[in-house]
Design a protein. Structure first.
Length: 332
């Protein structure tokens, strides 16, 4: 069974810890993702996000380059376990060699909004997935929600504010470079603009279903799920409890395995069994889920089959669907 996760914040977390004086290795650590835990579970691939909080670090490109150095260091130090890929053929080569694969993504368009040259430079470093926004408005468009850090009040930009002119231009550039377009942080209007202007399948790396958890504008509506599925896209289950539990309140325990399965059930009933994968958001989650780290993914597989998912359906959701998407769209 191939385990493929479309989103974690582990590399950015390691950089944050090291800036506080705590050296942390990707090979073995106390975070939710490390290479030894991945190997134990049987991972085929993990997508590592270069995540930048633009409000805290206005030089988003500079911060992203620091995180990239951490990623490159960890790849250089662990070639026996993992190596970076930029194409599906490299993923296959790693599998044959018994190595896991790492896909690199950018989370926050402000990293490259100043220039297409910046985007091209990150492409040369192997980035093959990117969002246009994070949780702030930028030159490309609007996020799908904003959160007041003091009250935790969340509001959505809705359908009316989507991609700006520069966002449409950079969407074209992302597709030209064969960088996978990730809509997980886009406003509803931005999602539908990607549908309108994109020419290739796109993904939502870490988003759930708004039809089940309405409070999270980060989740996709039923119409979005159907459209993404019909376009050959894939979305990843986000384990964060605020995306998983209707009526969630801050301070509650993290997501249970049963809640993840209920969400998987809902999404596959809407979009079919071919549109869903994993997008854990590990090391970006405040409340640890019952699956507290990547070594526990086999527990999810076991419980999915007990719930009624067939082995084939479970295999698709845990990695097969993302692998199919990469085979069709990750071209180097």
């Amino acid at each position: 069974m191939h385990i493929i996760d479309m989103h974690c914040d582990t590399i950015s977390k390691i950089r944050h810890l090291e800036n506080e004086g705590q050296h942390t290795s990707l090979r073995r650590n106390s975070l939710s993702v490390d290479l030894e835990k991945m190997k134990k579970s049987g991972y085929t691939m993990q997508t590592f996000a270069i995540y930048v909080n633009w409000e805290e670090e206005p030089d988003a490109a500079g911060a992203a380059k620091e995180i990239l150095k951490v990623f490159q260091r960890e790849m250089d130090q662990n070639p026996d376990l993992i190596s970076q890929i930029t194409s599906y053929s490299e993923l296959e080569a790693n599998e044959k060699a018994g190595r896991m694969s790492a896909l690199l993504s950018l989370e926050e368009g402000a990293i490259y909004q100043e220039s297409t040259d910046t985007l091209k430079w990150f492409h040369e470093q192997g980035v093959r997935m990117a969002t246009l926004t994070w949780n702030y408005e930028n030159d490309f468009g609007f996020p799908n929600c904003m959160c007041n850090p003091f009250t935790q009040e969340i509001w959505s930009w809705g359908d009316k504010r989507g991609l700006k002119e520069k966002g449409i231009q950079f969407l074209e550039e992302l597709e030209h470079l064969h960088i996978l377009v990730d809509v997980s942080h886009l406003s509803d209007g931005g999602f539908w603009d990607v549908v309108k202007y994109s020419t290739r399948p796109f993904l939502a790396s870490h988003s759930n279903a708004r039809g089940l958890v309405k409070a999270s504008a980060r989740n996709l509506t039923d119409d979005m799920i159907r459209t993404l599925s019909n376009r050959g896209g894939v979305m990843g289950l986000n384990y964060a409890v605020s995306f998983m539990r209707p009526g969630w309140k801050p301070g509650e325990a993290g997501t249970t395995v049963e809640e993840i399965i209920q969400m998987a059930d809902y999404i596959t009933n809407i979009g079919g069994t071919d549109c869903l994968g994993l997008g854990s958001d590990f090391d970006g989650i405040l409340e640890l889920p019952e699956i507290s780290d990547c070594s526990r993914i086999p527990l999810l597989a076991e419980q999915m089959e007990k719930h009624g998912f067939t082995y084939t359906q479970t295999e698709k959701i845990l990695g097969g669907n993302v692998k199919r998407f990469l085979k069709e769209n990750l071209n180097g």
